[in-house]
Write a protein that binds this ligand. Structure first.
Ligand SMILES: Cc1ncc(COP(=O)(O)O)c(C=O)c1O
Length: 477
């Protein structure tokens, strides 16, 4: 079979591209276990690269246990090189395997549900919605007889445009807003229009797990940017922008998932300047903006953007009605056109009924009243979780909003075992490794305090603590 890899010859990581390419063919079973790989000379000739480059790639494959060497017969595929979690970290390979790690955890039923960053349905305005459903059918009797426009219902986009102006001093026309089926779809559409295999994408470390899966599926080369309680190290951001020339930086700067950290105002302004300077689009995902406890967070980065280097995703799923799947993407015109094409290819528009129901709730005074009560309820639940955890030596920074605690456990606790045993005991949580683009944060976990009720928070956290104690002590015996 002829090799079809086109390599980027300017890259000083040429051998890494060849490594990825070979691994990809092994993954796709084109080369099976114990098969002999092409000789270094043959591959170098076919790919028009130096033999030493191929040698370096083979050495790395050997070092990582993907191939082995047989005396006088060259390199062979190692039988253990079957598809595994680890392989998904390689850009070219990852685009062949579609996974959503977080949703795999969410599908496990649990009484003590700490893995879902969703709000307890009992805290949502369910009753009002049944009223609005009736109202929407009265007002628009043919609402189910037609599609929405691809961009989304105009009335809703106008309402959002007024809302952004009033709340964030943001001047956005209805044409600059796209309604998507949740923020997750927005991230997916953006990745499809902007990211090609091996394009560099900056992601916070840690970050929203599904975003890692989406960009990885697109074949992106992911470069992590650490997030701290005080924001980013802007020198790191600048040096990554300068060095890697990324297509975009996906960020969740307000009550970030999973950490709860918020990037301060001064950094927001500077980030927009850096984005302009290095022509790196900032994709600002802001689903927790209204989920603050005491004080409103700083304005979105999008407000400081004058040149079109920020795209803004605002989901309303979390605190209004997750089942409606409504989010808005704000973007300046050239990118909006591509987004509309992607949206039309994806689903031809978010269901009109959902948009109209949402519109009527969103435009009513009830939304703000609901939010005020919700903030208090979330604050109380966070307090309960923290109170239960206070007996441990686990470490976390208490967030000022959002839905999660990001917690460092002692390294003596074996994480995989803790997850398995917790699920057996009906307690679920997100292992930090899923939120880490480098798949390293092994002793961190994300616990959501927003879904379980107060009693479940008390009981479930106690169960988790007891389990971790028994595992830690059995490990050290
Ligand atoms: C940072 C972030 N972005 C996007 C989403 C997905 O939001 P939606 O339900 O609107 O698709 C989530 C959900 O947890 C999230 O935490």
């Amino acid at each position: 079979m002829k090799n079809t890899l086109s390599v980027d010859r300017q890259s000083n990581q040429l051998y890494k591209q060849i490594y990825d390419y070979i691994l990809n063919r092994i993954e796709r079973s084109e080369w099976k276990e114990h098969d002999k790989l092409p000789s270094i000379r043959t591959l170098a000739q076919e790919m028009n690269v130096h033999r030493l480059t191929v040698f370096k790639a083979y050495q790395l494959l050997k070092q990582n246990g993907k191939v082995y060497v047989k005396d006088k017969s060259g390199y062979h595929v190692h039988p253990d090189s079957c598809v595994s979690f680890e392989h998904l970290d390689y850009p070219i390979v990852s685009s062949y395997f579609l996974r959503n790690h977080l949703s795999e955890i969410h599908q496990v039923p649990a009484t003590y549900q700490f893995s879902q960053a969703l709000i307890d349905p009992n805290l949502l305005p369910n009753l009002y919605f049944s009223e609005y459903v009736k109202k929407v059918f009265d007002l628009y009797p043919k609402v189910l007889g037609t599609y929405s426009t691809v961009q989304g219902d105009e009335e809703l986009r106008e309402a959002l445009s007024c809302y952004f102006l009033k709340r964030h001093q943001l001047h956005l026309s209805a044409d600059e807003i796209l309604i998507t089926s949740g923020a997750q779809q927005a991230i997916d559409l953006i990745s499809r229009i902007l990211v090609k295999p091996n394009d560099t994408v900056l992601l916070e470390r840690p970050t929203y797990s599904a975003a890692i899966d989406i960009f990885r599926q697109q074949g992106a080369h992911i470069v992590p940017i650490d997030i701290y309680p005080g924001g980013y190290d802007l020198e790191q951001v600048e040096s990554c922008m300068r060095q890697y020339k990324p297509r975009l930086f996906y960020l969740n700067p307000t009550f970030q998932n999973p950490t709860g950290y918020t990037v301060p105002l001064e950094q927001r302004k500077r980030l927009v300047e850096l984005a302009e300077q290095y022509r790196c689009l900032l994709v600002e995902d802001d689903p927790f903006h209204d989920a603050y406890f005491d004080r409103e967070p700083p304005l979105p980065l999008f407000t400081y953007d004058t040149e079109g280097w920020v795209m803004y995703i605002r989901s309303f799923s979390k605190y209004v009605a997750p089942g409606l799947r409504i989010a808005a993407v704000a973007s300046r015109p050239p990118l909006m056109r591509s987004l509309l094409t992607a949206k039309s290819l994806s689903d031809n528009g978010t269901p009109l009924l959902n948009q109209k129901i949402f519109l009527h709730y969103f435009s009513s005074a009830r939304l703000q009243q609901h939010l005020e009560k919700l903030r208090i309820a979330l604050h109380i639940r966070k307090g309960i979780m923290e109170e239960e955890l206070a007996v441990t030596d686990w470490k976390w920074i208490s967030p000022k909003g959002g839905l999660n605690l990001w917690i460092k456990l002692p390294e003596t606790i074996p994480m995989e075992e803790l997850l398995i045993k917790s699920i057996e005991q009906s307690v679920s949580f997100v292992p930090g490794i899923l939120c880490d683009p480098l798949r390293e944060s092994a002793s961190w976990i994300r616990l959501s305090y927003s879904y379980a009720n107060e009693q479940q928070l008390h009981d479930g956290v106690q169960r988790l603590i007891n389990l971790s104690r028994s595992l830690a002590s059995s490990e050290s015996k």
